[in-house]
Design a protein around this ligand. Sequence first.
Ligand code: SF4
Length: 339
Amino acid sequence: MGVSTVSPSYRTPTTIVVSEENGGEDGGGAVEDFEDTAMKPVLDNGWRQDPFRWIADGREHISVSFTWQLPALREELANQSLYYGRPIVGGPAVRLLPQYLADVAEVSLADYPGGVLHRMNPQATRTTVGCPNRCEFCGVHRLEGEFRELDDWPAARVICDSNLLAASMPHFERVVHRLRGIVGVDFQGIDAGLLRVEHARLFAKLDCSIRLAFDTAARESALLRAVARLRAAGLPRKRMRVYVLIGWQDAPEEAAERLSLCYYGLGILPTPMRYVPLDSLSRHWVGPGWTDEELTAMQRYWSNLCAVRGVSYWQWREYHRAGVYGENGGEDDRAMDIA
Ligand code: SF4
């Protein structure tokens, strides 16, 4: 869901044993031992760089997450030598724009072909697929189909379900039970509006962090209620994060207010998520009322709180424009440690 700002670190290829028993979905799938021949470095947070590539059966495979990554990949494929033959391309971006690479690669529209998620991050899994909601800005319903619970999944610590809390309570209890004893569980997509007291109590039994979403101002009361429930269950604020959608049917002032509410009002670090239409070939898409500069500045400010602490976003932006911070804008290029 997000774009990491951390620097890549490199590690030698390893053999990863993936336990999958559900025939092809990323949470489950057939048991598979594969030589990890990924050709890109691993980021500090455990995810491999995107687009993600690997070699299997003498063919190059490339999974692409975002449509704005397609033009550069297309240019690269059009010019590359075909040592491994035409690569097989897939992933969310290819499924959203299947024709875009059709003349330079073999396009696969398979449903999350076996184990891509594990290859991208061996610590990641999913226990459900899909989401019953159809938020206008989101492609999950197009990419993942009907919401369903998986029968089995690896006990990995990064839970990437699109909407875990849409699952039944027995399923959620099984997920929590399987994660007991694992350190640093990371729940990536928690729907604040569905978070019940029972969920909060079960989350609090784990060594975990929770990533909530705050997509529009209309979701404020749901967010406040979810945070209150998690706090009452004993989960500290530092174990919560909030993804804040910016640039979609909002104004800069309203987005800045939602971000400030998270940090200054709730004491929880927000991550601004810039809206890009599902079929956009540029990550710099700009909606009405915004400028590219404003969207970029808002993302920078909230990624560099250690450098700007004590200065409000609007003050910082004015100082930045006036050159008060010097050439690098006073920013610390490291992603802030929010643990
Ligand atoms: S709740 Fe989340 S996953 Fe579901 S449609 Fe909305 S944004 Fe997408």
